[in-house]
Design a protein around this ligand. Sequence first.
Ligand code: ZN
Length: 429
Amino acid sequence: MIPDIERRSKKEIKAYQESRLPELLIYLSNNSRFYSEKFRENEIDIQEIKTLEDLAKIPPTSKEDLQRRTKGFICVDPGKIIDYNTTSGTLGEPVTFVLTENDLERLAYNEYLSLACSDGKPEDIYQMMVTIDRRFMAGIAYFLGLRKMGAGIVRVGPGNTSLQFDTFNRIKPTALITVPSYLVKMIDFAEENGIDINKTTVKKAVCIGEPIRSNDFTLNTLGKRITEKWNINLYSTYASTEMGAAFNDCVYGLGGHHHPELIIVEFLDEKDQSVKDNEPGEVVITTLGVEAMPLLRFKTGDICYHHSEPCACGRNTMRIGPVIGRKQQMLKYKGTTLFPPAIYEILHEIDFVENYLIEVYTGELGTDEIVIKVGCRNKNEHYEKIIKDHFRAKLRVAPEVQVWTPEQIIGLSSPEMNRKQVTFIDRRK
Ligand SMILES: [Zn+2]
């Protein structure tokens, strides 16, 4: 299922998005306290915003704006709100994000389009190995999207490997939705228990939260580790609560496809200027068709490459590459610009590293300092040097490395209230 607009020319896609701008700007002006004030304070005449380029006249919205003034973003009466979610904020406290009936319908349509883009079909059975509760939006989005598609769904949730395999036997799923690193655990479990993982009915996995591809779209260490042992297709997906939209790989695996009826995307540099194809930029989004909390030029903090050439799948929409890092987590280390995922990728290549935690702090001279704590089963005096050599080879710099046991790392990186295991702690001033 490919919507007609996605097969149209670049020019037609742009014209279509511009045709949707007036309704959004009028809606925000009438219903959003935050945006109506923003238009007034910046003397913006919304009738003058006609093209995507004109959007540059409106100052971007930051995560801090959303955190400090959450209520000012809500455009509907409390009685119209159905689903309440939270998303991690930048100032420590989570941000509450709400959806109406129409927003849930839009979310379902988005996820249906995205999963269909990742080769999903009504005859598929999806094993959902992700959380559907805990105030997360993603799980409910998958459920609603699959329901719209007409696919089968079995909600197993994360963890509990033996229950995952039991479900393979009982329900015979063809597709998984999971964090990809968990697939490595599944492969290990299968080997330990004499299960031939390639005899299961699983054909594909939609991989959330962690990259499986490098910037050139070849599989990264994690992606390779999975597919070397398990003959399944992996599909990346990029999404966030604020966007209420997802960018999924098609079968060609060349970046997540943009669905123009749901969201406008810009890629900006540090001075809020548009970057070209082949330049990294911060993903800045404007939602279309959102009722409760629409966003205009919202800076996601994610740094990505984007690609404009048409795809062999028939879609002419923009594709978004793997997240190379979070803007806030950018590290300046010994003259090199680094993002934590590049550090993770190197650690993933080293067999004896079971888990890890990256800590950064401000050094005496105001510089970024990095400590890499790795969990290793059988400690060996050479480990530290081997790890440092990997860093020198790949990044030309070697941060401080400390070798711990895997249990110690888990203790350090799983504070009780945190729903995700922490791999990066920023103690910079
Ligand atoms: Zn494609």
